[in-house]
Design a protein around this ligand. Structure first.
Ligand code: FPP
Length: 255
């Protein structure tokens, strides 16, 4: 990491040597941001999308290796039709434009969720980016789209059950590691830090299996207003926690 970046992190109270490897974000508050300004909800999502492009760069520059963003939940289809189609158009536009720029800078794009449930134009745009960036060496950006944590676990259970039915696996061989390896992104470590914007104290069916030991940071900032300083504050908050994973704190001097 360049010296000026280390200095920037240090002056924000962040230890450049203990950056969380995987950060997951529930991007909430787009609707409220728009409402507060008398604008249509979709304008909030447009601003939220701008925040995404900024935060991906900030996270990558800070040394975060994986960033997972809750972009569209399996429950979001219940929203008004024009809002749903507006978000779908934004995702496809992102895949064609800004995401393309980011991925040209080395970001690797992935999608978690039931892609078969997406409109063709969205799925095809995303699949093209996934394919184009699969060997990129930079930050792994996972968009959770048509994503539900319970659906992900159900899909994992189905794939394991199929292997048992095929005689490839015995029921006794099913352990936590196998379940982890049967999720949508088997090679990603669990998130170290889960951020939720707009003050809501809920997990909302996001990464249910993977957040078992994640540190949670909730901020009142609405997603369209979420800035570099807010991400660094969340990381500093994460670094102030003592992670125990059910045990006792490590003796001082150990990380
Ligand atoms: C939650 O705000 C936000 C969403 C459901 C959509 C998130 C989508 C984006 C940030 C834009 C597209 C992103 C990409 C990567 C292309 P909310 O509408 O639930 O806010 P509210 O709780 O204030 O109503």
């Amino acid at each position: 990491m360049p010296d000026n970046q280390r200095r920037k992190l240090t002056s924000a109270g962040v230890d450049p040597d203990r950056i969380p490897g995987h950060v997951a974000i529930i991007m909430d508050g787009n609707g409220r941001w728009a409402q507060q300004r008398g604008l249509p909800r979709l304008e909030g999502h447009r601003r939220g999308y701008r925040t995404v492009t900024r935060i991906v760069r900030v996270a990558s520059d800070a040394g975060v290796r994986a960033l997972t963003l809750y972009t569209f939940s399996a429950e979001n289809w219940r929203r008004p039709q024009d809002e749903v189609s507006g978000i779908m158009r934004l995702i496809a536009a992102a895949a064609h434009r800004e995401l393309r720029r980011l991925t040209d800078e080395g970001v690797q794009l992935r999608v978690s969720g039931r892609m078969e449930g997406l409109p063709d134009f969205v799925r095809e745009a995303l699949l093209a980016d996934i394919e184009r960036t699969k060997n990129n060496p930079g930050l792994v950006l996972t968009l959770a789209v048509n994503y539900g944590g319970r659906a992900e676990i159900a899909d994992a259970v189905q794939s394991i059950a199929r292997r048992v039915a095929d005689g490839e696996l015995s029921p006794e061989a099913i352990d936590e590691e196998l379940v982890s390896k049967s999720l949508y992104q088997p090679d990603l470590p669990d998130p170290d830090l889960l951020i939720r914007t707009a003050a809501e104290m809920r997990v909302s069916n996001f990464l249910l299996w993977q957040i078992a030991y994640s540190e949670i940071h909730v901020t009142p900032v609405l997603w369209p207003d979420f800035a570099e300083a807010d991400l660094l504050k969340a990381i500093a908050d994460y670094q102030s926690r003592v992670r125990k994973f059910g045990g006792v704190p490590a003796p001082s001097g150990q990380k």
